[in-house]
Design a protein around this ligand. Structure first.
Ligand code: 3PG
Length: 204
């Protein structure tokens, strides 16, 4: 199994996390892990993101990755902070080549056949499908999965508790990404743990 597939099979949902205050990072990660979601995507959308990655890595059981990575410089910064997997909204050759060279599990975003073919040319077979709902939802994923039988996806963008199970039922979907399990702001530990627990049971 490819390392990125191991990450994708950790739990049905990869939380897409935005951290505004670094002191929110550890309690949020602890609550998500306690609820059964261990692979955590910390997005590079706030100044606190890299410090949050460093902090969350201290949480037992957490597998801390980075999201919203758009170029090799951001990749380097995230790897220096200890990111264990890398998610991007898109797929560029410079970023993909840098991620492959760094031998870090890499999940680039794709939304059409040409993106997927560019990824396959680079040796990639596992993709984020982004923005999942805005790009057309499950019908588009099904249409894309048909000619690319070896490809596996993590749809993200507009997915929540009401539609996650439908996505997860497709054989090409290993997990979904979403922010619904980690509302922005100071974490309410018990609420986050409950959301995570519900999400972690979406496979059963
Ligand atoms: C992402 O960056 O992957 C998405 O913005 C997360 O989408 P969501 O907030 O709709 O879950």
């Amino acid at each position: 199994m490819k390392p990125i597939e191991t990450i994708m099979r950790t739990a049905p949902v990869i939380p897409v996390i935005v951290i505004d205050e670094v002191e929110h990072a550890v309690p949020l990660a602890e609550a998500l892990v306690a609820g059964g979601l261990r692979s955590l995507e910390v997005t590079l959308r706030t100044p606190a993101a890299l410090a949050a990655i460093r902090a969350m890595k201290q949480v037992p059981g957490a597998v801390v990755g980075v999201g919203s990575v758009t170029n090799p410089k951001e990749l380097d910064d995230a790897l220096n902070a200890g990111a264990e997997f890398v998610v991007s909204p898109g797929l560029t050759e410079p970023l993909a080549r840098a991620a492959i060279a760094a031998q870090v599990p890499f999940l680039p975003g794709t939304a059409n056949a040409s993106d997927i073919m560019r990824g396959l040319d680079l040796g990639l077979t596992h993709f984020k499908f982004f923005p999942a709902m805005a790009a057309g939802g499950l019908p588009v994923l099904k249409a894309l999965a048909a000619p690319f039988g070896q490809v596996r996806f993590c749809p993200t963008g507009g997915i929540g508790p009401d539609n996650a199970a439908e996505w997860l039922a497709h054989e090409a979907v290993l997990c979904v990404g979403g922010s619904w399990v980690c509302p922005r702001g100071a974490p309410d530990r018990s609420a986050v743990e409950a959301l995570a627990r519900e999400a972690s049971q979406l496979w059963s």
